[in-house]
Design a protein around this ligand. Structure first.
Ligand SMILES: Cc1cc2nc3c(=O)[nH]c(=O)nc-3n(C[C@H](O)[C@H](O)[C@H](O)COP(=O)(O)OP(=O)(O)OC[C@H]3O[C@@H](n4cnc5c(N)ncnc54)[C@H](O)[C@@H]3O)c2cc1C
Length: 284
């Protein structure tokens, strides 16, 4: 392992200044991605700048919508007293991440900033049309999560920016939410995953937001499937068509975890099962 210095700034401005001064420095939040990358020699930082001592960055506020600090851990999200009620999909995804030990330190901001195609928290945030707040020493901007990811390990985050918050608008009432994930074993990164948020009136699908992970260079919305579903009556036939479109609209790869064909198949099956479940719930 290469040598690096370790810094614990107490303000965002100090963190930004350190990053600016120290060429090759990297931010660290929970470290569950960064430390693995350093151990595997995929990352050789000159310095690690921990964001964990900056007050307010882990705060969660639910007030109709929600503001989740980028340093909130996955366990903070699961244990929050009201977040689950407003955004059950966030909870479903959070519960499926790693183990208790990982969830206790892994942060939502780290999950997004690592930019893995299989980032579990990205999927609920995509279908909920969340935004991320990015700060430099002088500016603050808000970017839809959908525009944040640029490729595996790549985002629109500039080198002089920190992610401070994830912002969610108040959820639509009466939406039906489903999250499905397939790993090789229970505690594993996803082979494929799907999040679905539907607004149903009986059998009529008024609005469909669907996102998939591990089946493209970035976690992404399945717009073609959404377009097919919106304004249609969910039936065996429309669900089967949506399944086919889901399979053909993704571009998975074969790697150590799975094959391209299997991932394609799983996404189709997850879309089908989610729609069937939504149809069942809409009649309850
Ligand atoms: C055993 C194990 C199991 C795992 N299981 C899962 C799983 O099931 N699902 C899943 O999605 N992931 C999983 N992961 C991956 C990892 O735990 C998550 O991606 C986690 O959320 C990363 O958060 P972190 O705080 O640890 O990030 P870090 O490792 O601290 O940081 C990750 C990246 O984000 C950057 N960064 C972090 N915070 C900020 C910020 N606020 N502003 C700017 N840049 C920032 C860092 O510089 C780094 O590039 C697993 C990892 C391990 C080791």
């Amino acid at each position: 392992m290469s040598r690096f210095s370790y810094h614990k700034p107490k303000t965002i401005d100090d963190a930004l200044q350190l990053k600016n001064e120290k060429r090759g420095a990297v931010y660290i939040a929970g470290g569950t991605d960064v430390i693995v990358q350093i151990k595997n020699q995929e990352l050789r930082p000159s310095a690690l700048i921990s964001l964990r001592n900056i007050p307010g960055l882990a705060h969660i506020e639910v007030n109709g919508g929600a503001r989740i600090g980028a340093l909130a851990t996955i366990s903070d999200i699961i244990q929050h007293p009201t977040l689950a009620q407003a955004f059950p999909l966030l909870m479903e995804a959070a519960r499926r991440i790693g183990s208790v030990q990982i969830r206790n330190v892994a942060t939502i901001g780290g999950n997004l900033c690592n930019c893995s195609p299989c980032a579990d928290m990205a999927l609920p945030l995509l279908v909920l049309e969340a935004k991320v707040r990015l700060r430099t020493s002088e500016t603050t901007r808000e970017v839809p999560v959908e525009d944040f990811f640029k490729g595996p390990g790549e985002s629109c985050l500039l080198s002089d920016e920190i992610m401070t918050d994830i912002l969610l608008d108040a959820p639509d009432v009466n939406t039906i939410a489903v999250f499905m994930k397939k790993g090789r074993v229970k505690m594993d990164l996803a082979v494929a995953s799907v999040a679905v948020l539907l607004d149903m009136e009986g059998d009529l699908c008024r609005k469909a937001h669907i996102a998939a992970g591990s089946v493209a260079p970035v976690p992404r919305r399945l717009r073609e499937v959404e377009e097919k579903l919106e304004g249609t009556i969910l039936s065996e036939q429309t669900i089967s068509e949506a399944q086919k479109i889901a399979k053909s609209s993704v571009v998975p790869i074969t790697d150590i975890r799975s094959t391209e064909d299997y991932r394609r198949e799983i996404v189709g099956v997850f879309v089908k099962r989610s729609l069937e479940r939504a149809l069942e719930w809409s009649h309850k």
